[in-house]
Design a protein around this ligand. Structure first.
Ligand code: E4P
Length: 217
């Protein structure tokens, strides 16, 4: 499973990229607003740091605006992926970009039928939002499982990008459900390495090693 980080914070991207844990980055208008920085400047900086795909979301609601904005964003760097909303205009824009070999991430997906439409429109990635479904006491993971079956039934190459991830458990469940990618907040990526028995074991080894009085170098 590929890991994207879901943030516009450069320090977090730099740190996680240095660990060798990043396959890409996703942003959205809320994350850009939170960063307080210029959108295109941030996207250019992220693309300079990370080799993998970097999702940049259009703000327009209509087809013509989405195409104009997407074409503009695609010129920032070759690893920019155009993020489009799952609306009829967004799907039409997705088809346009697919025909022009520009990669897309169709976002705000909440149903298997929406995912089916995105695949038919030639989306590179489909982003089902797990956490926002779970917030409503619905089953976000069932959506991933359903999309996996549908895409496999018809051989669609659109990658399932599990989004709106809130916990380490979401990452595990999405991996078990067959998501191709998960886009994960920085704190959740870091938390994946944690286990109390790892900490306990390490403390014990450190104490025992100190008692030997030896040094390796
Ligand atoms: C995905 O690309 C979105 O940016 C993101 O995962 C949304 O997550 P949220 O529901 O926590 O805002």
């Amino acid at each position: 499973m590929k890991f994207f980080v879901d943030t516009a914070v450069i320090a977090d991207i730099r740190e996680l990229n240095d660990y060798g844990l990043l396959d890409g980055v996703t942003t959205n208008p809320s994350l850009i607003a939170k960063s307080g920085r210029d959108f295109k400047e941030v996207i250019a900086e992220i693309c300079g740091l990370v080799d993998g795909p970097v999702s940049a979301e259009v703000a327009a609601m209509g087809f013509d605006g989405m195409v104009a904005e997407g074409e503009h964003l695609a010129k920032i760097a070759s690893n920019v992926v155009i993020k489009l909303p799952l609306t009829l205009d967004g799907l039409k824009a997705c088809r346009h970009f697919a025909r022009n070999s520009i990669r897309t991430n169709v976002t705000l997906c909440f149903s298997p039928n929406q995912a089916l439409l995105a695949a038919k429109a030639g989306a590179t990635y489909i982003s089902p939002f797990l956490g926002r479904l779970d917030d409503l006491a619905l089953d976000g993971m069932e959506l991933i499982r359903d999309i996996r079956v549908i895409y496999d039934n018809y051989g669609f190459e659109t990658e399932i990008l599990a989004a709106s991830i809130r916990s380490a458990n979401h990452v595990k469940e999405a991996a078990l459900a067959g998501a191709d990618v998960a886009t994960i907040p920085p704190a959740v990526i870091r938390s994946l390495a944690n286990h109390m028995l790892t900490d306990k074991g390490l403390e014990q080894f450190a104490r025992d090693w100190a008692a030997t009085g030896q040094s390796i170098l």
